[in-house]
Write a protein that binds this ligand. Sequence first.
Ligand code: GTP
Ligand code: MG
Length: 347
Amino acid sequence: MHFLDQAKIFIKSGDGGPGAVSFRREKYIEYGGPDGGNGGKGGDVIFEAVAGLNTLIDFRYTQHFKAKRGSPGAGRDRTGAGGPDLVIQVPVGTQILADDEERSLLADLTKAGERIVFLRGGDGGRGNASYKTSTNRAPRQHGPGWPGEEMWVWLRLKLLADAGLVGLPNAGKSTFINAVTNAQAKVGSYAFTTLRPQLGVVSHKGQEFVIADIPGLIEGAAEGAGVGDRFLGHIERCRVLLHLVDANDTDVATSYRIVRDELEAYGADLIDKPVIVALNKIDTLDDELIAALSAELAAASGLPVMALSGASGAGVDAVLDKLLEAIGHPEPGEDEDEEAGGDWSPI
Ligand SMILES: Nc1nc2c(ncn2[C@@H]2O[C@H](COP(=O)(O)OP(=O)(O)OP(=O)(O)O)[C@@H](O)[C@H]2O)c(=O)[nH]1
Ligand SMILES: [Mg+2]
């Protein structure tokens, strides 16, 4: 499903630094004993879940993560410095999976601030001082340092859409999501260009939210007409719907009502969700017609109507403002999933 964001990355913890071979050399002290210090420990690879990240998109560009090695030990019993840990920040809800057939779950980061030491850095090698015994007082032995661990893993994040796009086929839903997100939805001048839901992340005024583009609804979708209405499950958890109506439709009020009827027939309280009604494709109209059609839609919906064009960009920012306002922003740590009580997953 397109509701999954995932990325494959290579991680490696730091090798331990080698132990030192050294002998004490001081004036008046002959045969100073061994004083080679141990090597430092290599850096760990740590995953940290942070609030405010929404996707794994950054991992498509950076795929290799290696922690630094420990420093070598030194004379006068000095232990080498440890390699700094490498902290990889991921969105809350990220799962770490093995790169094998089963994709077995290795770790699950569910809370902001949660940290997992995933790969431990190698221990430092022993310096020659630590090999001294009663029978071997001048050992030249030393440890090379233990290697770090390395592996490929999959990061996987289940995305939940904050906003859902609804409308008849050809209303311009995919064109809109392409205009405002990183999604590359297929656009076509025929009905049902979109057959599967797709998500995109909107970045607007320093905030991010996830929007879902779904197939168009037609009359009778609840009974299976068109591609049916199963995919509406993907927007059950959205906080707001954006209902796009094509200004070129014969009767915008009817277009509006057909979709509302299908939302109602589907159930799951979709009909009661906050909705922003918008007249789309206004680049094809003059101001007078925009005003007239907006008034018709407002009368049909009983709601204020916004006007936009996904193609030209007119009115798009204002619609994003409204969506952001409707979505609001949960306090950090607020767990919507628990609140909703269900374990419905879009996957
Ligand atoms: N003039 C104009 N044309 C648009 C606009 N938005 C979309 N279109 C055109 O309308 C047609 C349908 O656009 P899509 O974005 O595929 O519509 P959709 O709602 O995703 O359609 P389905 O996936 O079939 O439900 C395409 O030919 C687009 O080029 C717009 O703002 N202005
Ligand atoms: Mg589409």
